[in-house]
Design a protein around this ligand. Structure first.
Ligand code: PEP
Ligand code: MG
Length: 588
């Protein structure tokens, strides 16, 4: 779309919020020219040593990068670098190159590239976009080792000029991780979904990022300046004077908002008219826990325990789990910790060797179904959680419950394990709260029955939307169909909340919907009394809560429930939000 003489607007997908203006710096990450030559038998040992040294060099780089990211507080990015360090700690890749050296007698650069290429084929045939994205880590590690082997700094980010907008077909996570916030203004890529590690790192560092852009349009010498709008997903080439002025002012307002959020860090999550909201955090990484206190959050509303096995690729022992849960409970110093039992399956699929692969993982043996079939795994986890109740206010949450039978069976297992622990005189709390996740339309429609037998309900909108609308939550090409404000979804939420209230059971909402500030007033108006969001969203959601007037929010929710189109609902909510929090300007 041409709007001025040479201003051009490209529309992509914003995957890290924020706005930046800068000069494009093209970064072609295609493999550096990899030399290929035969290695004599007498030189094999020297080649082996060369490979070992480069491997160690790559590990040192990553360790350094991890320390840098830790000092920047970019925790999501640290987790990614840790995953890459794990790849370097795994002998699989190292040994594959070693054996190829013995059998083929060629230089290690080409052997490494060949081995990774073989892995690529295996990754690319995986159905799950989450795991396809994970190949990027392996590719990234390869580039880093090649960088050492070739000594030409393939991954050298020091040449980036200050204020640059990085433009690349695809960015590797460690590249975004190495970019310093004060140097890199923004990133624009052609490929890479919202779940890609590069996007997670960019978000963690607060670098705006847009994907889905034809980057060849940004490469010519005539492109002197670009605006990257991570909110609307727009990239504006050679902006006009007027456009630039609007965006500069938007940047200033966003900066003011950021300062305001930090100033309010210690204030309670309370509406303008004094209604207290429990604002909790969703946690996957134990190291994040201390930020709960810094942000004055009300506790952990969702600990995704399955991450313990996704990183280790096997179910942790009772003792290993006990160590984690009890440490979390202790560090929360009396604030609640909701441990969701292993939600395996779906996008958190187990690897092939585990033997639990499904044809359609979203509609197969997931979460509570899996645990009720694999009772030993379930009992072990329940024992560890119950033992952790001696260290704090620990609760159990059951994922993907579809009906009362599953809830009753799960509660029976919990009661049996409890009796056994009491018999063995293990120190545990007098009681444990058992909550049910409402993630399936079937569960939402029997929220009354489930509430009658649960201590609390937690609405998992990520899955509830997916199952209510039949849209794969991980498929970025379906973004337009994945609609949190679909009237059908909102009616389900409203019904769940009102049934929970009738049974005097507290209800929380822990899906991504809770982290979108445009929905905060609506959700509070519908009666949701607890929101649980990823740590990086806590301050903005708290700020919005403090602006909400609960009486008006209730009126808004009634108005929305009477509407028939999500397009109109979105417009109304966007308008309402722009009046409520004008400084979080979504439009320039
Ligand atoms: C959800 O489904 O909304 C949820 C919080 O669980 P997860 O995203 O881990 O599936
Ligand atoms: Mg879920």
């Amino acid at each position: 779309m041409k709007t001025a003489l040479n201003q051009e607007i490209l529309q992509g997908t914003g995957i890290s919020r924020g706005v930046a203006v800068g000069k494009p710096h093209f970064w072609d990450l295609k493999d550096a020219e990899v030399p290929s030559y035969a290695v004599e038998e007498s030189d094999l040992e020297r080649e082996r040593r060369r490979f070992k040294k480069s491997w160690a060099g790559a590990r040192d780089d990553l360790e350094r990068l991890k320390c840098q990211l830790e000092s920047e507080g970019a925790r999501d990015a640290v987790a990614i670098i840790e995953a890459q360090l794990q790849l370097l700690g795994d002998p699989l890749l190292y040994d594959a190159v070693g054996s190829a050296l013995e059998s083929e007698g060629r230089n290690v650069e080409v052997l490494l590239s060949d081995v990774v290429e073989r892995f690529r084929v295996r990754f690319e045939t995986m159905d799950d976009p989450y795991f396809r994205d994970r190949f990027q880590d392996l590719e990234d590690v390869k580039q880093r080792i090649l960088g050492h082997l070739l000594m030409d700094g393939v991954v050298n980010v020091s040449k980036i000029p200050e204020g640059a907008v990085i433009v690349a077909p695809l960015l590797a996570p460690s590249h975004t991780a190495a970019m310093q916030r004060h140097v890199v203004a923004a990133c624009v890529t052609e490929k890479g979904g919202v779940t890609s590690h590069a996007a997670i790192v960019a978000k963690a560092k607060g670098v705006p990022m847009v994907t889905g852009i034809d980057v060849s349009k940004l490469c010519g010498p005539e492109v002197s300046q670009v605006i990257v709008d991570g909110v609307t997903g727009r990239v504006i080439i050679n902006p006009s004077h007027d456009t630039l002025k609007k965006y500069r002012s938007m940047q200033r307002r966003l900066g003011v908002l950021q300062d305001l959020l930090l100033e309010q860090r210690e204030l309670p999550a309370e509406t303008h008219d004094g209604y207290r909201v429990r604002l909790c955090v969703n946690v996957e990484d134990i190291e994040e826990i201390d930020h709960v206190h810094e942000h004055c959050a009300s506790g952990v509303g969702l600990f995704r325990s399955e991450y313990l096995l996704l990183t280790n690729k096997k179910f942790p022992s009772e003792e290993q789990q006990y160590q984690v849960y009890s440490k979390l409970a202790e560090r929360l110093q009396g604030l609640p910790l909701v441990v969701r039992v292993f939600d395996v399956g779906g996008d958190k699929n187990l690897d092939e060797e585990s033997g639990w692969q499904d044809v359609n993982p979203y509609l197969s043996l997931r979460a509570i179904r899996f645990l009720l079939r694999e009772r030993d795994i379930f009992r072990t986890q329940v024992r560890a959680i119950l033992r952790a109740t001696a260290h704090g206010k620990v609760k159990i949450l059951l994922p993907m419950v579809s009906g009362v039978e599953e809830l009753r069976q799960a509660k029976e297992v919990i009661a049996e394990v409890r009796d056994d622990l009491i018999k063995k005189k293990e120190p545990i709390a007098d009681s444990i709260a058992v909550g049910t996740m409402i993630e399936l339309p079937s569960a939402a429609l029997i929220a009354d029955h489930l509430a009658a037998e649960s201590d609390f309900l937690s609405i998992g909108t990520n899955d509830l939307i997916q199952y209510a609308l039949a849209v794969d939550r991980t498929d970025h090409t379906m973004t337009g169909h994945y609609v949190p404000t679909h009237p059908g979804v909102l009616r389900l939420i409203s019904y769940i909340v009102s049934e929970a209230h009738k049974h005097k059971v507290p209800v929380s909402l822990c899906g991504e919907m809770a982290a979108d500030p445009r929905y905060t007033a609506l959700l509070l108006g519908l009666g949701v009394e607890e929101l649980s969001v990823a740590m990086r969203h806590v301050l903005l959601i708290k700020h919005v809560i403090r602006r909400v007037n609960i009486v008006e929010a209730r009126k808004l929710s009634q108005q929305v429930l009477a509407m028939d189109s999500h397009v109109a609902i979105d417009e109304l909510l966007a308008h309402h939000y722009s009046l409520l929090v004008p400084e979080d300007c979504l439009q320039p």
